[in-house]
Design a protein around this ligand. Structure first.
Ligand code: TA6
Length: 292
């Protein structure tokens, strides 16, 4: 059966063996299994910490959390009451409909609109739709933001916090050479994160890494011996590369021991400044993950 829906999640199955599992909590994708191009059995391509909390009491440590309307600590006055990375990853989304179900793939749409738990913290009108499409070797995640207001603009940040399962100390991420980036692991004398220019043709995460790249390329390859993934982005202007290593990872209560050795986060986002939608306007951020 291509689509299994229960009270708290939906699981999509591709006829050729791939699958993906989406919690309605946060619209968090907690599994993507894909068959590699050599045609062996489907294996897990995302990382979810074995200590992740999946009962809806806190954001999932792993998979693909949805970050909206702010990235990191809130900076916009309208976000003053929000927690880190905003509310989207902590809210229950609604299953809207099956978008596609055929040999090419299976696709579903989830939605999030302001409910009491959101309006208590955030006063702006918005409509979010998240379309997840599973193909044989590919997973697409499209985040649609609509400003339904007749008279107010909407300013937000958005990001897909993708935890790619990989041998972290052996990965290379490209092409980021020459791109400017904010290094959040280093503070300048005035306490601000350091602005740097990438000098590496292949970025590694062998040390604690938390880099926000400007002018994201439309395609990023994450490669390692014996494997790799490609991320194609549209609508997003930044890409964040994050791995806490033991330095930060060992302090995270929901990070399994040594988990930082088994993932790299490559996160398409619109996180430098704010995207502004005038009344009635909409925006889409797309991530397409493909096996190399
Ligand atoms: O995307 C990188 C980052 O912003 C890091 O600074 C780190 O905070 C990470 O997200 C995880 O954030 P979380 O709120 O999920 O613990």
């Amino acid at each position: 059966m291509p689509i299994e829906k229960s009270h708290d999640r939906v699981i999509l199955h591709h006829p050729k063996g791939a699958s993906t599992e989406i919690l309605f909590f946060g619209a968090t994708i907690i599994s993507w299994k894909a068959v590699d191009r050599k045609g062996s059995t489907a294996s897990e391509r995302l990382f979810v910490s074995s200590k992740a909390v999946l009962d809806g009491s806190k954001a999932v440590r792993g998979g693909i959390p949805v970050v909206f309307p702010c990235f990191g600590a809130p900076e916009h006055p309208e976000h003053a009451k929000l927690s880190q990375h905003g509310f989207a990853r902590n809210e229950i989304w609604s299953f809207d409909k099956v978008v596609m179900d055929n040999e090419a793939g299976v696709s579903v749409k989830l939605t999030l609109n302001p409910g009491p738990s959101i309006t208590a913290l955030y006063s702006k009108s918005f409509q979010l739709a998240y379309v997840v499409t599973l193909a044989e070797h590919q997973l697409s995640t499209d985040l649609h933001v609509l400003n339904p207001s007749n008279d107010e603009s909407l300013e937000f940040q958005a990001l897909l916090h993708t935890y790619i399962r990989a041998p972290a100390n052996d990965v290379s991420i490209a092409p980021l050479l020459g791109k400017s980036y904010i290094d959040k692991t280093e503070k300048t004398l005035d306490g601000k994160p350091a602005l740097k220019q990438e000098t590496r043709s292949g970025v590694d995460v062998r040390t604690f890494t938390d880099s926000v790249y400007e002018d994201a390329p439309q395609k990023v390859e994450v490669t390692w011996p014996e494997g790799g993934l490609e991320t194609r982005l549209a609508g997003f202007i930044n890409v964040v590369v994050w791995n806490p290593q033991a330095e930060a990872g060992s302090k995270m209560g929901d990070m399994e021991e040594g988990g930082w050795e088994r993932f790299v986060c490559v996160e398409p986002g619109y996180v430098r400044g704010f995207k502004k939608l005038e009344p009635g306007e909409s925006w889409t951020g797309q991530q397409v993950l493909s096996l190399l």
